[in-house]
Design a protein around this ligand. Structure first.
Ligand code: NDP
Length: 405
């Protein structure tokens, strides 16, 4: 029977998910795009009709309200809800899916608007509720988290008996021409990068000051880049699921201009997430800043350069030490040509579509709430190759590294 798909969120990532689902219409069937501002859904639907020839239904939804979500889900009656709104809406959308008995997928873990801290606790706590409703929830099906988790599962399945260390390496060498802008939602992005760093070693989490650890890594097809240690959510699930792991860290590249702007904004209080009073009005500095910054969706036509995201893993196979680097390179301009979005939205939206495709096809199935590395990585890796995110594996000697400082 023809499937029905509901996508919630019409930002940069929502645009890519909608395009890619339309390009795989035989799997996704009748597609509805719903978001807070229906005009954004209509604009995306118009572009898809013109470029892909598929008609999407559009509607507005307040995804902060379980009641409103239940109304929309009941009306659309989808086989899956793809949540690409903001992390603040994860729990309401999960609860609405439970009430309606519909499978759920997202790309970022829940974050409370008042606390700049993201963790899986509250989403994992819904596992029993999902099992009881006989539905599946797939958490973090973007690039990182998402593909990075799948890369780890793939390395574990095909290259190692035990993985001892993993460095997740996220490089965006794109240039949008602005002195300062963020490639996805500014508020979520700045909360993430201004938070303390954290990595996991020998069973404990070690906290660092923001941007305190810098290394220089040589990224294939991009070159050597300053990379800073950040906390990133996929580490929380990977430490549970990767055998023999002793250490996992996450590094992201930042240019000088980005860091200088961020430090300055932070020093003057513009990254604050608590309300302040301004001329009798209450404003949240970070929200005001997000209003001033370029809309990430508008960066698409002006961004040039490449992204390279991957995992650098060391461990043992048949008693011998080895090193494997699995990575994916995307070109911002090519992404824009295909789906009218820059590379960061593209590399997030394509894996969201693939996760949903595997669920609808029954290739990834289960009852409860899951992280990506819990499933067989092979069908996902096959889809990446044909859906626009081809990857490569580099096998290195035990002592070889891509670190160049
Ligand atoms: P945007 O800010 O561009 O888009 C968010 C969309 O959600 C907007 O259309 C917005 O509506 C809509 N929205 C927000 N609040 C509500 C609400 N209460 N009800 C209904 N709709 C709402 O964000 P991005 O597209 O850049 O990011 C989307 C998600 O992808 C985020 O969760 C982000 O963290 C995640 N992400 C994951 C990555 C990964 O690799 N795993 C990488 C990058 C992003 P409106 O247009 O009205 O504002």
């Amino acid at each position: 029977m023809k499937k029905k798909t509901l996508i919630i969120g019409a930002g940069g990532v929502g645009n890519v998910v909608a395009f890619k689902c339309a390009m795989n219409v035989e799997t996704f069937g009748d597609i509805t795009l719903a978001s807070r501002t229906v005009s954004k859904c209509d604009a995306i639907a118009k572009n898809i009709k013109e470029k892909v020839g598929v008609t999407l239904a559009t509607m507005s939804v307040d995804a902060d309200s379980v009641t409103k979500l239940v109304e929309v889900i009941t009306q659309v009656n989808p086989d899956i809800v793809i949540n690409v709104a903001l992390p603040y809406q994860d729990l309401t959308i999960m609860d609405a899916c439970t009430k309606c008995g519909v499978d759920y997928l997202d790309t970022a873990n829940y974050e409370h608007p008042d606390t700049a801290k993201f963790e899986y606790k509250e989403q994992w706590a819904r596992d029993a509720q999902f099992k009881e409703a006989n539905i599946m929830g797939l958490l973090g099906s973007g690039f990182d988290p998402g593909v990075t988790n799948v890369f780890c599962a793939y390395a574990q399945k095909h290259y190692f008996d035990e993985i001892h260390t993993i460095d997740i390496l996220d490089c965006n060498a794109g240039d949008h021409g602005y002195p300062f802008a963020t490639n996805f939602n500014p508020e979520i992005n700045l909360r993430e990068v201004s938070a303390k760093g954290r990595y996991w070693e020998n069973g404990s989490w070690i906290e660092t000051e923001p941007m305190a650890i810098k290394q220089v890594w040589d990224y294939p097809e991009v070159g050597a880049k300053d990379s800073y240690l950040l906390y990133h959510e996929e580490m929380e699930s990977l430490v549970k699921h990767i055998k023999g792991l002793k250490r996992i860290r996450f590094f992201m590249t930042f240019g000088e201009s980005y860091l200088t702007h961020m430090k300055c904004l932070e020093n003057v209080g513009m990254l604050g997430i608590k309300e302040v009073e301004h001329k009798g009005m209450k404003i949240v500095p970070m929200e005001f800043l997000a209003t001033l910054l370029p809309d990430p969706a508008s960066l698409g036509p002006r961004t040039k350069g490449k992204t390279n995201i991957g995992i650098f893993a060391k461990g043992m196979k048949d008693g011998v030490e080895k090193t494997v680097y699995i990575y994916q390179v995307s070109d911002h301009e090519k992404c824009y040509q295909e789906v009218m979005s820059q590379g960061v939205s593209y590399t997030t939206g394509v894996p969201a579509m693939i996760g949903a495709k595997l669920m609808l096809e029954g290739k990834w199935q289960g009852k409860g709430v899951f992280n990506m590395e819990e499933f067989d990585p092979d069908p996902f890796m096959d889809e990446l190759m044909v859906q626009g995110l081809p990857w490569k594996v580099m096998e290195l000697g035990a002592d070889e590294s891509r670190r160049v400082d």
